[in-house]
Design a protein around this ligand. Sequence first.
Ligand code: FE2
Length: 192
Amino acid sequence: MRTEIKTLFPTEVMFGSFNEELVTPVAQELLSNLDFSSGGDVSDISLLGNEHNLPELKKFFNNYVVEKFNEYTEKLFDHKLNINKCKFKAWSVNGASDYNLGFHNHSGAQLSAVFYFLVEHSNRTGGKIRFHDPRFNANRGMTEPFKFRHDDVEFLPRTGDFVIFPSYLYHSVSPFNGNIRLILPVDMFMDA
Ligand SMILES: [Fe+2]
């Protein structure tokens, strides 16, 4: 008799990082051009649009963000994106003390990313992004020795880090207790 266990329906998350010298000019540009005084998201309109004059951000986006989305799709699907047929939305969040974000996903998009441009980092500051098992109720009835496979996956970001994940994946951010957490979330909408 032969048995085999295959892992079906995995959810791939890409983790990576950039050197600080690549992200610092973008962080400086965002901080000096955007008004974060309300303490939350900036822009209903994508920061990549012509309404915003953010050349460093656009350069970073064209040179690196697109490349990382491409790397993700090439590795997973063996298929290079046709960037001209994709739409992107990027906004910015500068979380100060007490910032946190509840359980959510990014409706309408296919892939999402978060680029961490400037993040105060220590064990005390918190601000972990937490990915939740997308198989709802998969942990139902699981007793202690079997539950661990459904635990949230946490990631404590540093300046320069990024993550790319399928937009259906629910995630949240644990309370942040530092002074600055400047990030750029990006949603990608495939047209083809
Ligand atoms: Fe999100």
